[in-house]
Design a protein. Structure first.
Length: 261
Protein backbone atom coordinates (compact mmCIF):
# COMPACT_ATOMS: atom_id res chain seq x y z
CA UNK A 1 0.00 0.00 0.00
CA UNK A 2 1.18 3.61 -0.52
CA UNK A 3 2.94 5.26 2.38
CA UNK A 4 1.32 8.33 3.93
CA UNK A 5 3.65 10.65 5.84
CA UNK A 6 1.75 12.07 8.80
CA UNK A 7 3.25 14.12 11.61
CA UNK A 8 1.99 13.41 15.11
CA UNK A 9 -0.58 15.94 16.29
CA UNK A 10 -1.14 17.38 19.77
CA UNK A 11 -4.81 16.47 20.12
CA UNK A 12 -4.37 13.82 22.81
CA UNK A 13 -3.06 16.57 25.06
CA UNK A 14 -5.68 19.09 23.88
CA UNK A 15 -8.48 16.67 24.71
CA UNK A 16 -7.35 16.27 28.31
CA UNK A 17 -9.28 19.37 29.31
CA UNK A 18 -12.57 17.69 28.44
CA UNK A 19 -14.48 15.16 30.53
CA UNK A 20 -14.67 12.26 28.08
CA UNK A 21 -17.00 9.41 28.95
CA UNK A 22 -16.00 5.82 28.06
CA UNK A 23 -17.53 4.25 24.97
CA UNK A 24 -19.94 1.42 25.69
CA UNK A 25 -19.77 0.14 22.10
CA UNK A 26 -17.01 0.34 19.49
CA UNK A 27 -17.22 2.89 16.67
CA UNK A 28 -15.63 2.62 13.23
CA UNK A 29 -15.23 5.70 11.06
CA UNK A 30 -15.21 4.50 7.46
CA UNK A 31 -14.50 6.94 4.67
CA UNK A 32 -13.48 7.62 1.12
CA UNK A 33 -9.80 8.64 1.20
CA UNK A 34 -9.43 12.44 0.93
CA UNK A 35 -12.95 13.11 2.20
CA UNK A 36 -12.19 14.71 5.55
CA UNK A 37 -11.18 11.53 7.37
CA UNK A 38 -8.79 13.33 9.71
CA UNK A 39 -11.28 16.11 10.38
CA UNK A 40 -14.03 13.75 11.53
CA UNK A 41 -11.59 11.56 13.45
CA UNK A 42 -10.03 14.50 15.28
CA UNK A 43 -13.39 15.95 16.28
CA UNK A 44 -14.59 12.66 17.74
CA UNK A 45 -11.31 12.23 19.63
CA UNK A 46 -12.43 15.18 21.78
CA UNK A 47 -15.35 13.03 22.98
CA UNK A 48 -13.57 9.69 23.49
CA UNK A 49 -10.90 8.84 26.09
CA UNK A 50 -7.39 8.44 24.67
CA UNK A 51 -7.19 4.87 25.94
CA UNK A 52 -10.19 4.01 23.76
CA UNK A 53 -8.79 5.41 20.51
CA UNK A 54 -7.19 2.86 18.21
CA UNK A 55 -4.43 4.98 16.70
CA UNK A 56 -2.19 2.23 15.34
CA UNK A 57 -3.11 2.83 11.70
CA UNK A 58 -5.82 3.67 9.20
CA UNK A 59 -7.50 0.29 8.73
CA UNK A 60 -7.89 -0.82 5.12
CA UNK A 61 -8.67 -4.03 3.28
CA UNK A 62 -4.98 -4.80 2.90
CA UNK A 63 -4.24 -4.67 6.64
CA UNK A 64 -7.65 -5.61 8.06
CA UNK A 65 -6.56 -8.90 9.56
CA UNK A 66 -3.61 -7.21 11.28
CA UNK A 67 -5.92 -4.81 13.13
CA UNK A 68 -8.79 -7.06 14.20
CA UNK A 69 -8.15 -6.06 17.82
CA UNK A 70 -9.68 -2.68 16.99
CA UNK A 71 -13.07 -4.38 16.70
CA UNK A 72 -12.99 -6.43 19.91
CA UNK A 73 -16.48 -5.95 21.48
CA UNK A 74 -15.00 -6.61 24.92
CA UNK A 75 -12.79 -3.51 24.55
CA UNK A 76 -14.85 -0.80 22.81
CA UNK A 77 -12.67 1.56 20.77
CA UNK A 78 -12.90 4.39 18.27
CA UNK A 79 -11.13 3.27 15.09
CA UNK A 80 -11.00 4.59 11.54
CA UNK A 81 -10.01 3.69 8.02
CA UNK A 82 -11.09 3.02 4.44
CA UNK A 83 -12.73 -0.39 4.31
CA UNK A 84 -14.19 -1.99 1.21
CA UNK A 85 -17.72 -3.34 1.44
CA UNK A 86 -16.98 -7.05 1.68
CA UNK A 87 -17.81 -10.10 3.78
CA UNK A 88 -14.81 -9.74 6.10
CA UNK A 89 -15.40 -6.01 6.62
CA UNK A 90 -19.04 -6.56 7.51
CA UNK A 91 -18.30 -9.45 9.84
CA UNK A 92 -15.42 -7.73 11.66
CA UNK A 93 -17.41 -4.52 12.22
CA UNK A 94 -20.75 -6.21 12.92
CA UNK A 95 -20.67 -5.31 16.62
CA UNK A 96 -19.60 -1.71 16.03
CA UNK A 97 -21.44 1.50 15.29
CA UNK A 98 -20.49 2.42 11.72
CA UNK A 99 -20.08 5.96 10.41
CA UNK A 100 -19.64 6.49 6.65
CA UNK A 101 -18.01 9.71 5.41
CA UNK A 102 -17.73 10.78 1.79
CA UNK A 103 -17.59 13.93 -0.34
CA UNK A 104 -18.86 15.12 -3.71
CA UNK A 105 -16.92 13.20 -6.40
CA UNK A 106 -16.40 16.45 -8.33
CA UNK A 107 -14.42 17.95 -5.44
CA UNK A 108 -12.76 14.65 -4.57
CA UNK A 109 -10.97 14.58 -7.94
CA UNK A 110 -9.11 17.79 -7.09
CA UNK A 111 -8.39 16.77 -3.51
CA UNK A 112 -6.98 13.44 -4.69
CA UNK A 113 -4.74 15.11 -7.24
CA UNK A 114 -3.41 17.62 -4.72
CA UNK A 115 -2.61 14.91 -2.18
CA UNK A 116 -0.88 12.60 -4.64
CA UNK A 117 1.26 15.52 -5.82
CA UNK A 118 2.27 16.35 -2.25
CA UNK A 119 5.30 15.18 -0.27
CA UNK A 120 2.93 13.54 2.22
CA UNK A 121 2.11 10.79 -0.33
CA UNK A 122 4.66 8.16 -1.31
CA UNK A 123 3.76 5.47 -3.78
CA UNK A 124 4.44 4.33 -7.30
CA UNK A 125 3.35 7.59 -8.94
CA UNK A 126 6.17 9.93 -7.94
CA UNK A 127 6.81 10.59 -11.64
CA UNK A 128 3.57 12.57 -11.82
CA UNK A 129 5.30 15.39 -9.91
CA UNK A 130 7.84 16.13 -12.65
CA UNK A 131 5.77 18.97 -14.11
CA UNK A 132 5.54 17.38 -17.55
CA UNK A 133 1.79 16.80 -17.25
CA UNK A 134 -0.82 19.53 -17.31
CA UNK A 135 -3.41 19.94 -14.55
CA UNK A 136 -6.11 18.80 -16.98
CA UNK A 137 -4.22 15.58 -17.67
CA UNK A 138 -3.66 14.95 -13.98
CA UNK A 139 -7.33 15.47 -13.16
CA UNK A 140 -8.28 13.03 -15.90
CA UNK A 141 -5.96 10.45 -14.36
CA UNK A 142 -7.68 10.94 -11.00
CA UNK A 143 -10.99 10.08 -12.65
CA UNK A 144 -9.98 7.10 -14.80
CA UNK A 145 -7.03 5.88 -12.74
CA UNK A 146 -3.82 4.35 -14.04
CA UNK A 147 -3.41 0.65 -14.89
CA UNK A 148 -1.89 -1.23 -11.93
CA UNK A 149 -1.08 2.05 -10.16
CA UNK A 150 -4.21 4.03 -9.29
CA UNK A 151 -7.80 2.77 -9.06
CA UNK A 152 -10.43 4.76 -10.90
CA UNK A 153 -12.91 7.07 -9.19
CA UNK A 154 -15.70 4.57 -9.73
CA UNK A 155 -13.64 1.71 -8.29
CA UNK A 156 -13.00 3.68 -5.12
CA UNK A 157 -16.52 4.99 -4.64
CA UNK A 158 -18.19 1.69 -5.51
CA UNK A 159 -16.83 -0.36 -2.60
CA UNK A 160 -15.79 2.42 -0.21
CA UNK A 161 -19.09 4.33 -0.30
CA UNK A 162 -21.91 3.28 -2.65
CA UNK A 163 -22.15 -0.34 -1.48
CA UNK A 164 -22.12 0.73 2.18
CA UNK A 165 -25.38 2.60 1.56
CA UNK A 166 -26.98 -0.82 1.55
CA UNK A 167 -25.64 -1.60 5.02
CA UNK A 168 -26.14 -0.32 8.55
CA UNK A 169 -24.24 2.96 8.90
CA UNK A 170 -24.72 6.65 9.68
CA UNK A 171 -23.98 8.85 6.66
CA UNK A 172 -21.89 12.02 6.95
CA UNK A 173 -21.25 14.26 3.95
CA UNK A 174 -17.96 16.15 4.07
CA UNK A 175 -19.59 19.36 2.87
CA UNK A 176 -22.15 19.30 5.68
CA UNK A 177 -19.49 18.49 8.25
CA UNK A 178 -17.35 21.47 7.19
CA UNK A 179 -20.32 23.80 7.06
CA UNK A 180 -21.40 22.97 10.62
CA UNK A 181 -17.83 23.07 11.94
CA UNK A 182 -17.63 26.64 10.70
CA UNK A 183 -20.91 27.65 12.32
CA UNK A 184 -21.24 25.81 15.63
CA UNK A 185 -23.52 28.52 16.97
CA UNK A 186 -26.39 27.57 14.68
CA UNK A 187 -29.28 25.28 15.57
CA UNK A 188 -28.55 23.27 12.42
CA UNK A 189 -25.02 22.57 13.63
CA UNK A 190 -26.29 21.49 17.04
CA UNK A 191 -28.76 19.10 15.41
CA UNK A 192 -26.07 17.75 13.07
CA UNK A 193 -23.59 16.98 15.85
CA UNK A 194 -26.31 15.65 18.13
CA UNK A 195 -27.23 13.10 15.45
CA UNK A 196 -23.58 12.26 14.77
CA UNK A 197 -22.73 11.75 18.44
CA UNK A 198 -25.90 9.75 19.00
CA UNK A 199 -24.91 7.49 16.08
CA UNK A 200 -21.60 6.96 17.88
CA UNK A 201 -23.34 6.15 21.17
CA UNK A 202 -22.08 9.37 22.77
CA UNK A 203 -24.30 11.63 24.87
CA UNK A 204 -23.98 15.22 23.69
CA UNK A 205 -22.25 17.29 26.42
CA UNK A 206 -22.95 20.95 27.08
CA UNK A 207 -19.49 21.93 25.81
CA UNK A 208 -19.88 20.08 22.50
CA UNK A 209 -19.16 23.19 20.41
CA UNK A 210 -15.89 23.86 22.23
CA UNK A 211 -14.83 20.27 21.62
CA UNK A 212 -15.70 20.49 17.93
CA UNK A 213 -13.64 23.65 17.57
CA UNK A 214 -10.69 22.08 19.41
CA UNK A 215 -10.71 18.93 17.29
CA UNK A 216 -11.24 20.68 13.97
CA UNK A 217 -8.35 23.14 14.16
CA UNK A 218 -6.57 22.86 10.82
CA UNK A 219 -3.16 23.38 12.39
CA UNK A 220 -3.43 19.87 13.85
CA UNK A 221 -4.31 18.20 10.53
CA UNK A 222 -1.28 17.14 8.51
CA UNK A 223 -3.47 16.50 5.48
CA UNK A 224 -5.34 19.81 5.46
CA UNK A 225 -4.88 21.55 2.11
CA UNK A 226 -2.66 24.34 3.43
CA UNK A 227 -0.43 21.87 5.29
CA UNK A 228 0.44 19.77 2.23
CA UNK A 229 3.94 20.46 0.92
CA UNK A 230 5.67 20.05 -2.41
CA UNK A 231 2.66 20.69 -4.67
CA UNK A 232 4.08 22.68 -7.61
CA UNK A 233 1.29 22.24 -10.15
CA UNK A 234 -1.61 24.70 -10.08
CA UNK A 235 -4.93 22.95 -9.66
CA UNK A 236 -8.35 24.61 -10.04
CA UNK A 237 -10.54 25.35 -7.02
CA UNK A 238 -13.53 23.78 -8.77
CA UNK A 239 -13.63 20.95 -11.28
CA UNK A 240 -13.89 22.20 -14.89
CA UNK A 241 -17.06 21.40 -16.80
CA UNK A 242 -15.36 18.92 -19.14
CA UNK A 243 -14.03 16.93 -16.18
CA UNK A 244 -17.45 16.97 -14.55
CA UNK A 245 -18.74 15.33 -17.70
CA UNK A 246 -15.93 12.77 -17.49
CA UNK A 247 -16.89 11.96 -13.88
CA UNK A 248 -20.49 11.44 -14.93
CA UNK A 249 -19.34 9.23 -17.82
CA UNK A 250 -16.98 7.17 -15.67
CA UNK A 251 -19.40 6.77 -12.76
CA UNK A 252 -22.92 7.34 -14.10
CA UNK A 253 -25.54 7.80 -11.41
CA UNK A 254 -22.99 7.99 -8.60
CA UNK A 255 -23.57 11.61 -7.54
CA UNK A 256 -27.34 11.11 -7.54
CA UNK A 257 -26.99 7.98 -5.41
CA UNK A 258 -24.81 9.88 -2.91
CA UNK A 259 -27.24 12.78 -2.75
CA UNK A 260 -25.43 15.41 -4.83
CA UNK A 261 -27.84 15.94 -7.70
Amino acid sequence: MPEIIIQRDNLDEVGERFDRKPLQQGVFLNSIPKSGSHLLRNILRMFVPVEQTYAADFIQWGNLQTHRDAFDPARPQLSWGHLFFADASLIETANLRRILLYRDPYDWVIARARFILSEQFRGNVDHLRTGVLSSDELLTMMIFGLPQKLPSLNDIYELNAAAWLGARCHIVKYEELVSHVQDTGSSAAEEFFDELLSACGIAMPDDWAERVKAGSTRDESATARENLTGVTIDLPDTLPERHRELVDYQAPGLRKLLGYS
